[in-house]
Design a protein around this ligand. Sequence first.
Ligand code: GTP
Ligand code: MG
Length: 614
Amino acid sequence: MKTSHLDLLLFAEERERIRFLLQSLSEMAAQLDAASIQQALSAIRSNLDSDDFQIAVVGEFSRGKSTFINALMGAKILPSSVAPTTTVLTEIVHGGATEFLLCYRDGSEEASISAAEFNSLIAPVEPADDDSERREFQQRLTQLQKIERVVIRHPFGVEHQGVRLLDTPGTNDLDPMREQITFDIIPRSDAVVFLLSARQALTETEMNFLRDRVLSADISKLFFVLNHSDRLNESELQEVTSVISQRLASIAPGAKLYSVSARAVLRARLQQQEDLEWEARFRTFEEDLAHFLLFERMDSKLTRPRMQGLRLCEQLITGPLTCHKTLLGSDLPGLLAAETEANHRWKEGATAFSSEIARLRRNLEQGGRDIALKLRGELHKVADVAIGVLRQGYKELSSEQIQQRIEEEVASLQRLLHVKLNDWQEAAMRSSLESSHAQISEALILSGLGPEIFGFKCSSEIAQTLEEPLLTGEHQFLIRAGAAAMGLIFIPIAFPFAIATGWFGGGRILDWLENRRREEMMAKVRLSLEERYRSTIPNTLKRFEHAWAMKVSDVIQALEASFEGRLADLKAVHTASLARIRAAEADRASEYARLQSLETRVGEVRHGLERGRR
Ligand SMILES: Nc1nc2c(ncn2[C@@H]2O[C@H](COP(=O)(O)OP(=O)(O)OP(=O)(O)O)[C@@H](O)[C@H]2O)c(=O)[nH]1
Ligand SMILES: [Mg+2]
């Protein structure tokens, strides 16, 4: 059953009611000189007004996000592979026929590219040795950077009408994509599908991401999907499911976990065969999703602005309103004295704050140097492995097989390094922030801003701005380039060797020549690999150092901006109060009554928002 006309009317009515409440709250914030609250309210209202319903599919790379969406659509539309694949945001919307549309960062659009063009654009394959193909590949990479997102129109379930399904790059992917996922996509999404892998039972990084970036964004509906379930037997799967469910329960009570195999379902659907076991499990998810879209979608669209509005009511009362009232309690001389004292406190607080910020910056910079050192060691290990594989595999393998071997060996190491680097950065950020936490809080209290750090959990939330600037793209390129170089070297060497073979025909000479040529080839290839892997290390380190420096300055700037913003709010309250009280010296009672009535009205808004809560 679809959403009825009555539901739509009720939805529209409730949305109007919430809009009205938020609007009154915003007016009161203006009367209380709380500019930052007004700003937050205007963002909430514009989200409330939008009719789109966005579902983001997120998860670390290779969890099967693209395969999962393909399975949902019953068509292989999005590219997928063992190596990190999805490089741009892809938006799937309901449409009459399948159509691919590129939206560029500069606002321009390119209509209807073909499926093949889309695939080669999103997951470009590094050419082996052809110069013109290489140029084309580079052009594609450049074009890719300019693309903001790809929109795919595709006919799928009627309940999905009006829904935007987002395929995102791995959350442990490169900057700035992850930042975009964290700060833009998740906060704007109405629901999130969080993909996990049965082979890696909810890692620490996933837990942190979930807690700090997804749950904190007031997402009203979250689906947890345990993909790759076919890789375990039933008892292993049960064990993993129970471990994950327990871990999830600690941060997302009542969360339901769907064990699926997106690959099995996609395969069965493409071949139009029933895979009864996996199909049934997948359907459970699909039915819940359809139920949600049909019956709960609209309600969920209203939940978030309600929650956010309630939080802002609280902030308005405990912040600006209380401050106004406190100031009103004193007479003019008292107020002036309070003003002088506040000025003094603000100054002291600001000094304490900046000296702590300077210390924090030094700590973070040291943390970055320590990580760079560890990273250097790990990159050398990767180079050793790449060269080691060549040494072992050279005799019996073809150059293609060698290429594959190196890719497999190095790709798994890189994935591990990705995770490690992420953990090191997060740990460095956390420990530096935690060690500064007490002093920053003191500076805040001194300035009269209250003990909490800018209204967010300092360590975890700020660590959001921090992501791993790793190597995937470049390394993939290098792996392939290394292999291509091997191919290039092999051909000129093999050619004279073949002629010599024909000429002499003798087995021994053949062996001797073969051995020599192979040794020479081996030496050249090794040299080329050494160059490719080792000589890139300084560059990779530089990139890391640069990215870390950017993170550090982002974090510091965020702290400073927040401090300054709140201090400015407080100063504005003081100034306005002073002016008002000076003017209304004669009748302070009326000013008090005004504040009292504002407080009552904020209370009414709060009550109104709570009334809609389920
Ligand atoms: N065995 C098994 N393999 C799967 C399953 N789902 C996906 N895969 C495989 O896992 C690999 C990664 O799948 P993708 O769909 O590209 O994963 P992704 O999360 O989109 O990866 P990125 O775009 O790189 O972040 C591919 O080789 C898929 O065929 C599954 O349920 N079972
Ligand atoms: Mg993908």
